[in-house]
Design a protein around this ligand. Structure first.
Ligand SMILES: NC(=O)c1ccc[n+]([C@@H]2O[C@H](COP(=O)([O-])OP(=O)(O)OC[C@H]3O[C@@H](n4cnc5c(N)ncnc54)[C@H](O)[C@@H]3O)[C@@H](O)[C@H]2O)c1
Ligand SMILES: Nc1nc(=O)c(N)c(NC[C@H](O)[C@H](O)[C@H](O)COP(=O)(O)O)[nH]1
Length: 222
């Protein structure tokens, strides 16, 4: 599986405010780039923190991109994936509508009622790990479902865990021209943080988009 992480951060590296409220960091051209990245992916993954904070839809905006996928024999919009150990995703979350297949990656800790509620809301629940989702095994389960190209759209906890598990191949960071601030505001990679061995990034490309800068890295190459 090929895993691409994409996120938009403020000039001080924040994903959103200390209240975890979504901030529009990207401009129209960057959102169009994100739509194109989605169109090239088999699935788009977020953590449940992002579902609870933003209620994202994670579908394709551009009708031509949807039509192109259908011409290639693919679903018009990539599958959606939420990493959600105990099944906290609300049953009326936008990612559970019928616009695309939605997988909930859960842990064995998920209560039977939550699993049943999510399944009747249309989700396919895949279980990996005991208390928390075991990401390597969960991504293997997605691969068994035919997902080869995976795009990750945050947030900071899930991005950190994917790097910690060595599962990321590419990182795209759009740095918008604003400051958000706040020691408790989510950043690109939260979690416990690294202290000794840091994932190595190799800068592949820098470009100006809208009023900000896109940084593209390969991961784990010296
Ligand atoms: N600017 C951007 O590009 C962007 C993108 C996405 C989210 N956001 C922002 O990020 C915030 C949400 O990020 P977050 O970090 O709180 O949540 P997140 O989306 O990273 O989800 C984290 C949650 O996933 C669950 N989880 C299960 N298994 C896990 C594992 N192995 N490792 C890590 N988490 C696991 C846990 O419940 C954890 O709390 C929101 O404020 C949202 O607006 C911004
Ligand atoms: N690329 C990007 N630029 C931003 O300025 C911003 N705030 C996000 N935030 C990611 C967000 O948390 C959601 O996951 C999806 O961007 C919402 O997707 P929908 O439009 O609902 O499909 N992402």
């Amino acid at each position: 599986m090929h895993v691409v992480v994409n996120a938009a951060v403020s000039a001080d590296g924040k994903l959103s405010t200390r209240r975890h409220e979504q901030v529009r960091i990207s401009g129209p051209d960057d959102f169009d780039r994100v739509d194109r990245l989605r169109a090239e992916s088999d699935a788009v993954l977020v953590g449940v923190g992002t579902v609870l904070a933003d209620d994202p839809h994670l579908t394709l905006d551009d009708p031509d991109r949807r039509a192109n996928r259908e011409r290639r024999g693919e679903e018009p919009t990539p599958a959606r994936v939420v990493v959600d150990s105990t099944g906290r995703t609300p049953t009326d979350a936008r990612i559970l509508d019928d616009a695309a297949t939605t997988y909930v990656l859960a842990a064995e800790a998920i209560a039977d009622e939550r699993r049943a509620a999510l399944e009747s809301a249309g989700a396919e629940v895949l279980v990996a790990g005991e208390e928390r989702v075991a990401l390597a095994a969960a991504l293997d389960a997605l691969e068994d479902e035919g997902i080869e190209a995976l795009m990750v759209e945050g947030g900071g906890e899930i991005i950190f865990s994917l790097f910690e598990a060595g599962l990321v191949d590419e990182l795209s960071v759009y740095v918008g021209s604003l400051l958000i601030g706040g020691r408790d505001a989510p950043t690109l990679a939260d979690g416990e943080g690294f202290v000794e061995s840091f994932p190595s990034l190799s800068l592949r490309d820098v470009s100006r988009i809208d009023d900000g800068v896109l940084l593209r890295y390969d991961v784990g190459t010296e």
